[in-house]
Ligand binder design. Structure first.
Ligand SMILES: NC(=O)C1=CN([C@@H]2O[C@H](COP(=O)(O)OP(=O)(O)OC[C@H]3O[C@@H](n4cnc5c(N)ncnc54)[C@H](OP(=O)(O)O)[C@@H]3O)[C@@H](O)[C@H]2O)C=CC1
Ligand SMILES: Nc1nc(=O)c2c([nH]1)NC[C@@H]1CN(c3ccc(C(=O)N[C@@H](CCC(=O)O)C(=O)O)cc3)C=[N+]21
Length: 300
């Protein structure tokens, strides 16, 4: 059997279309334009690409985009001052500080200085706690995008065995919370997990968020399982020419697609959904800030 390839790129385009419709309605009926501020400290080339894509897609959806590119030597105090300014700016409904930050800056301190209602990444401790207790919160974009694809693929997730490989605060843990909320039986695996292959083989839903190129082979995948590959790993691609690189996931796509029921590719899977969900969260934050009904189909 060959798996259904989940087209994250097309799904993301449909989410962005819904976002754009809501934006038009907010403008026409209420004269409000949602605004997203993205802060990038330093010049990591991969981060610059994401920031550029986010800015472009924000504008395409009819929203305002405010980009703040700060030099790598920016002090923590200056970054905190910028966040305070954005917190107070009524034109800014969402704030994203691109991670990782340079070593001399305390990431937790910066994230927790963002007004929770504008924390479109959902990384603030208040949003983490709200999600963990099943209350309304901002939901992290990558897990939200994964959940949307899983629900679209499977309908109800209730009772399914879900294995999340990776326990980071930005992907693994919030992904597990969302799956638990949808009544999956959730296992969180990590670098100390014993018999990872066997753990993965029990998964009806397998989410890989590790950051190791193609570490999960097809024979770790339960036949018919739905596989969500969050990993974005750049590897050498001499076949494309000298010095060329390409992106691969944490799952060995070629072998896994022969076993899985459905699988996301890299690129073109989770990545585009992450950006689409960032735009969706910005619209949600804007509606909440203005006491307007939340957009349907764009929240978890
Ligand atoms: N598509 C998208 O939109 C996004 C993609 N990503 C990508 O997802 C991947 C994960 O990102 P992130 O969560 O930030 O990564 P982190 O490095 O923060 O976390 C990686 C996790 O993988 C676990 N791990 C490492 N090695 C192994 C192993 N051999 N076996 C089992 N588990 C292991 C670690 O375990 P331990 O805790 O024990 O160390 C850790 O929990 C990266 O490739 C990243 O680029 C990230 C964000 C968004
Ligand atoms: N505060 C914060 N929030 C984040 O959400 C965040 C972050 N920091 N730091 C970095 C990671 C990574 N991330 C990605 C988003 C989109 C793609 C994406 O669109 N990928 C394309 C490919 C892009 C390419 O070709 O380079 C794809 O998979 O098809 C990838 C990775 C968000 N992150």
């Amino acid at each position: 059997m060959t798996a259904t390839i989940i087209d994250g790129k097309a799904f993301a385009a449909s989410v962005r279309e819904k976002v754009a419709e809501h934006v038009t309605r907010l403008q026409e009926e209420h004269g409000i334009t949602p605004g997203l501020a993205v802060v990038l400290v330093g010049e990591d080339p991969a981060s610059q690409v994401y920031v550029r894509n986010k800015g472009k897609q924000t504008l395409e959806a009819g929203m305002n985009s405010y980009e703040h590119k700060l030099p790598v030597e920016t002090s923590e105090a200056d970054l905190l001052a910028l966040v305070e300014k954005l917190n107070a700016d009524p034109a800014v409904h969402g704030i994203l500080v691109q991670l990782p930050l340079p070593d001399h800056i305390d990431e937790e301190k910066v994230i927790n200085s963002i007004t929770p209602a504008k924390d479109v990444d959902g990384f603030h401790i208040l949003n983490v706690g709200l999600l963990g207790t099943g209350q309304k919160s901002m939901v992290p974009c990558t897990p939200l995008g994964c959940l949307m694809m899983l629900r679209d693929q499977l309908g109800s997730l209730s009772g399914l065995n879900a294995v999340v490989v990776g326990r980071s605060n930005i992907v693994g843990k919030p992904m597990a919370q969302l799956l638990l909320r949808d009544s999956c039986t959730v296992t969180i695996a990590h670098s100390r997990t014993k018999d990872l292959a066997d753990v993965c083989r029990g998964a009806d839903i397998l989410v890989a968020a590790v950051g190791r190129p193609r570490m999960i082979p097809g024979d770790w995948v339960k036949p018919g399982a739905t596989v969500i590959d969050v990993g974005i790993n750049r590897i050498d691609a001499p076949e494309k020419g000298e010095g060329k690189t390409r992106l691969v996931g944490d799952v060995d796509f070629d072998s896994a697609k022969e076993v899985a029921g459905a699988i996301t590719p890299v690129p073109g899977g989770v990545g585009p959904m992450t950006i689409a969900c960032l735009l969706a969260n910005t619209v949600t934050a804007c509606c909440r800030a203005n006491n307007l009904p939340e957009p349907e189909g764009l929240t978890a």
